[in-house]
Ligand binder design. Sequence first.
Ligand SMILES: [Zn+2]
Length: 114
Amino acid sequence: MHEYPITEQIVKIASEKAKENNARRVTRITLVVGEYSGFIGESIQMYFDIISKGTLCEGAVLEMENVKAKWRCPSCGIDYIRKPLSFACPQCGQDGEPTTIGKEFYVKNLEVET
Ligand SMILES: [Zn+2]
């Protein structure tokens, strides 16, 4: 449900950028969605279809790059994707710490038609 306001923002920003560039419409929006960003890609897509109607974003392809959360081992210093039900480092077995990888959420790229 909280994807609604964020999707509104995406449509607003993309439409403004298109206008700035004298584009006729937005053709593609690439989003980076981290596993722990708190946002669900399917929900954003659903709201996007509704909100974009009648805007410069109508009909644009919403592309999502999903980022898996990574953990960092305090001993080895490596970043890794944890296995289900485990936080253990794949090299030494010590429990890792969460990193910022997987929390990202942003518009990476925008394609417009002029
Ligand atoms: Zn380790």
